[in-house]
Design a protein around this ligand. Sequence first.
Ligand code: MRU
Ligand code: ZN
Length: 217
Amino acid sequence: MEHSMTLEQKQRAFSELREVKETFAARGWFPATSGNLSVRIGDMSEDRQTFAFAVTASGKDKSVSSPEDFLIVDQHGRPLETTGLKPSAETLIHCEIYRATGCGAIFHVHTVFNNLVSELYREEQAIPVEGVELIKAFNIWEEDAAIRIPILPNYADIPRIAELVSEAIVPRVPGIVLRKHGIYAWGANVFEAKRHLEAFEFLFEYVYRWKLLNKQG
Ligand SMILES: CSC[C@@H](O)[C@@H](O)C(=O)COP(=O)(O)O
Ligand SMILES: [Zn+2]
């Protein structure tokens, strides 16, 4: 399968990412240049081994907009066009999530709440959430649904994290947390990935505050 894409597809991907980037930046979800975003361009090959996606350039101040914010990479995270830009240092994690899930967009943010809960539940290696309405944002409709959001170790060597991703993913839970680092949330498209990320962040704050309330009692 060739990596063919039209200018229109590329521009649409960049403009979708730009909009999400501005929205999340306004919430303070990219402190100190942290975070990265990607959206897939076109279809994947049937075996999911060939695909392309637009991703944020590494190390940029993500609260500022510039013509050099995004670039296109292939399924190995290699730039598909000649550019001086470097793809996100965590691009390999995006590659693995696309391969494992076939999703269309992936958003990664560092927040105090996702860091806190990743540490609170480090031993369980998953964050348990039960019966909270926002679980429905993941298209899980049963009453009192219980989910466990996987926590992976935050190795400095990104390929070491990437190789754990496919095993860790729980099919109905569209996110994984890296310990004391941040969350990766994904969805079929930008709209769904954003809904999922917002739900995770709500749930993390809930879990943290509930734990604290119980301790004080
Ligand atoms: C500067 S702290 C954050 C980084 O180490 C990393 O975790 C991150 O999310 C952003 O890296 P980036 O290469 O800009 O995509
Ligand atoms: Zn990160």
